[in-house]
Design a protein around this ligand. Structure first.
Ligand SMILES: [Zn+2]
Ligand SMILES: [Zn+2]
Length: 532
């Protein structure tokens, strides 16, 4: 016989379901704080590497920079002593409890290298880079061990309390389960094949390889110091991003591990999968929302969170008698939580299918849109672009006409880098007039480049000059006072229009045609430029 629960009336905040969400949030925030601590380690390592490279460079560079030849010369006696001392300092930093096996290995490796009789300047600075990044590893691992233990402990205790209250059972059940050994076992267990220390180690080995690679290749190809520093900072940033992802999924893992240990301790047999009710949730997680599984069948990544990096899904205890208990206690049972699909349908009904789907698209395409945003910004300039990626995506997915316009402007500006937005719109206007048969001038309207040089005049032009009484000075004046130009023959020639006349000049500076403006041309110019 199952024991009936006595349920008391509660406010919405007290419902155990809301608590489960709150607990996840708490664990998540601990993870975020941990990431901030890691960022500091990465920043320190990055600064130290930059400093070492700077010293190295300025010490051995001549006025033309540092040659590879200079970089691979051997250290002299005093340099050697100095270098050896710096290594000892690093090794001192490895003496943590975090990973004694690897610390001992590194120490042996450093000792062996210090006994080599010949060492080049480049090798010496390379080992210092290694030292700085290894220091980062041991520091980061120490805080990860501490904070993951905290996440697990806290989540377990809180969940146990919540379960005790929810199922009206005594908290005593936790005691025989929870002890330091259990925390240690959970933290040291390689739940996804690799332990987090292995993944962090691999991450930092990659970073060392990349930094050394940038330095030696940079020296061989004569890359400038600031450029190398930038490349190194970028690599360190990528390395931190990987560590950040690691912290996120490990945090979710330890939080859920705590939940499952508490389910087992309290004798809960089934759990329910809850995905976030957000448009950013992936299809796999959304499809699992509100599904019920046996606690003993839990498989992380298959039917339990974390399903993948950045997964914010949770589990809650499932009680098939929940409703009956509410009714037996004379209370209105709380409404069932919607599935993701029901929630999604509600969003569609409220905001319209397009708005909802566009938001999903924006989320999916974030990475590629960011690249596009940067590319457009570099061509169009900040003032012609939405102020951030968010605004850019809003425009791209919601404002069809504006997006078309910005794409066309991008194409235009790409082909006519010296023109501007004003002439882009003038060109658009001219296209319409041309299609209506109102004007006949060929080519793309652009901002005139008045600096273009005139070198000579072809025969046709010389004839025209005589016929129409146009001097070379007149031609110069038309060009210098031109208010619009037309790019013709794939950019091989430009026709310049001033209020007085027009002149066609090719890329060799040869004038191909010239004429005075007639009434029509004058009218056209004032018309087109009126409010362009
Ligand atoms: Zn997912
Ligand atoms: Zn998920």
């Amino acid at each position: 016989m199952r024991k009936e629960k006595k349920l008391k009336r509660k406010t919405a905040d007290d419902y155990w379901t809301n608590r489960a969400l709150k607990r996840e949030r708490e664990a998540y925030l601990t993870g975020q704080k941990l990431s901030k601590k890691l960022l500091e380690f990465y920043e320190n390592a990055s600064n130290e590497v930059r400093k070492k490279i700077n010293d190295f460079y300025h010490r051995y560079a001549s006025e033309n920079g540092l040659t590879f030849y200079e970089a691979v010369r051997e250290l002299n006696k005093s340099e050697y002593r100095e270098w050896k001392k710096s290594l000892d300092e690093y090794v001192g930093e490895y003496e943590t409890k975090a990973d004694p096996v690897r610390a001992a290995e590194l120490k042996a490796k450093v000792d062996a290298r210090a006994y080599q009789s010949r060492i080049t300047r480049l090798e010496a600075v390379g080992t210092q880079i290694e030292g700085a990044v290894n220091k980062l590893y041991f520091g980061a691992l120490t805080v990860m061990n501490e904070d993951f233990s905290k996440v697990f402990e806290k989540s377990f205790i809180r969940k146990a309390e919540d379960l005790a209250e929810h199922f009206d059972i005594d908290m005593g059940f936790t005691q025989k389960y929870f002890n330091e050994k259990m925390v240690e076992d959970v933290i040291s267990y390689p739940w996804c094949g690799n332990h987090f220390s292995d993944r962090l180690w691999k991450n930092k080995e990659n970073l060392i390889f990349n930094l050394r690679d940038i330095l030696s290749r940079g020296l061989q190809s004569g890359t400038s110091l600031p450029q190398m520093a930038k490349e190194m900072a970028d690599k360190t940033g990528q390395s931190f991003k990987a560590a950040y992802n690691l912290v996120e999924s490990e945090t979710t893992h330890f939080h859920e591990e705590a939940n499952f240990r508490a389910y087992e301790a309290a004798g809960i047999e089934r759990y329910q999968f809850w995905s976030e009710h957000e448009l950013t949730v992936c299809g796999t997680c959304a499809a699992l929302d509100m599904k019920v599984f046996n606690v003993k069948d839990r498989k992380e990544g298959v039917n339990a969170p974390p399903m993948h990096n950045h997964c914010r899904c949770i589990t809650v205890e499932y009680d098939p008698y929940e409703k009956e208990d509410y009714i037996a206690s004379g209370l209105e049972p709380p409404e069932d939580r919607e599935t993701w699909k029901e929630w999604y349908d509600g969003e569609v009904a409220r905001r319209g299918k397009d708005a909802v789907e566009n938001e999903i698209k924006a989320h999916k395409n974030k990475a590629s849109d960011e690249k596009q945003f940067e590319k457009y910004k570099s061509i169009l300039g900040n003032k012609n672009m939405p102020k951030n990626l968010d605004e850019f995506q809003k425009l791209k997915y919601n404002k069809v006409d504006e997006w078309e316009d910005i794409k066309k402007f991008y194409e235009y500006k790409n082909e006519n880098p010296n023109s501007n937005k004003k002439f882009y719109y003038i060109n658009k206007k001219i296209d319409i007039l041309r299609n209506n048969g109102e004007i006949k001038i060929k080519g793309t309207a652009v901002k005139p480049d008045k600096s273009v040089k005139i070198n000579n005049y072809n025969e046709h032009t010389l004839m025209r000059m005589q016929e129409r009484n146009i001097t070379k000075k007149d031609i110069q004046n038309i060009k210098n006072n031109s208010i619009i130009a037309f790019k013709q023959r794939n950019g091989n020639q430009y026709a310049y229009y001033s209020e007085k006349g027009f002149v066609v000049i090719d890329i060799n500076g040869t004038v191909g045609s010239v004429g005075w403006a007639d009434e029509n041309a004058k009218k056209f110019i004032s018309e087109v430029l009126k409010d362009g």
